[in-house]
Design a protein around this ligand. Sequence first.
Ligand SMILES: Cc1cc2nc3c(=O)[nH]c(=O)nc-3n(C[C@H](O)[C@H](O)[C@H](O)COP(=O)(O)O)c2cc1C
Length: 366
Amino acid sequence: MPSTDVLFRSFTLNGMAIPNRIVMAPMTRSFSPGAVPGEDVAAYYRRRAEGGVGLILTEGVHPNTTTADGTPNVPTIATAESQAGWKNVVDGVHAAGGLIGIQIWHEGPMRKPENTGHPEIESWSPSGFNIPGKQKWTPMDEAEIEQAITEFVDAAVAAKAAGFDCVEFHGAHSYLLDSFFWDKTNLRDDQWGGDWEGRTRMACEIIRRTREKVGADYPLIIRISQWKQIDFDAKAASNPDEFAVWLGLLKDAGIDAFHCSQRRFWEPEFEGSDLNCAGWAKKLSGLPTISVGSVGLSGEFVAAYSGEASEPASLDRLIEMMERDEFDLIAVGRALLQDPEWVQKVRDGRNDELMSFTKEALGKLY
Ligand SMILES: Cc1cc2nc3c(=O)[nH]c(=O)nc-3n(C[C@H](O)[C@H](O)[C@H](O)COP(=O)(O)O)c2cc1C
């Protein structure tokens, strides 16, 4: 069995010294009634810091409590109470010697108003689509776009004030920012649509304005995905040249790293190369990248929601890719959701103690 040493090298991301290459993937847990993370949530994250995770990324956190929320008991950072709750989470992680970044998540066209206390509020999207071709909502107007940008920026500033070590903008998985990126859900012909420049303008404005407020030396990450919730085979950028344009615009706006979401980290992104999405993003942008997807488990996460169990799986392929420096950091989701000691077990070679993942794990804050 190859050595796991490559996972335990340090890495510096815009001044943030991460002790190893393992990132906890953002995972919605729905344990924050009133949109406020409480002591149980703080203890859950603290256990991951005690367990040696290099960088924790929180579950998706809503930048407002009106249009961003569509999943019950998801936290926000837009209220004084939630900001105090997050400060408590951050303090606990820091006391245990860990690092923690917040993921800011606007559900956009995937928001389910019926899951909220304000079902009369329409969900936000560039052109009204959650599924291509099926218009469901009124497209956002200029004032709403401006409001969304301001709320993302305010959330990032509040996160820095609460002590978070970095911010990740959720620009993946068909939610608000991603629905602007994809030309199948963004059919606008104004400055917020059209070519890549138009479709990335909203995210770029958020990054640019956040950068102005948080300073040059505060790490900002964006999570992106080629795949969409209704189409796992979608390619928002159909070839490396297009991908380079997309990434380049976000880089010029001031992003520090790309977190490239895949369901299986080893799958090549474009024909003619074994590089995965994070591998291509690193090569094309020159920025640090985070990969993710089925690390240490036999099955992928979407099937896990509907009950498919996953067995522990070999890390050999991951180790090979990281030894070739194809990407810099690896995010781990479900394996860490159920086992706060996963990192230590991997480091110590205690493979017989690694656990299978079943849907039941979703119901508890281990
Ligand atoms: C319960 C659960 C909740 C998730 N919530 C989020 C989320 O809030 N934001 C996000 O970007 N991805 C979310 N994801 C996706 C994960 O971040 C990760 O990309 C995915 O689980 C693949 O990693 P894994 O195979 O190691 O679990 C979630 C996944 C799971 C299993």
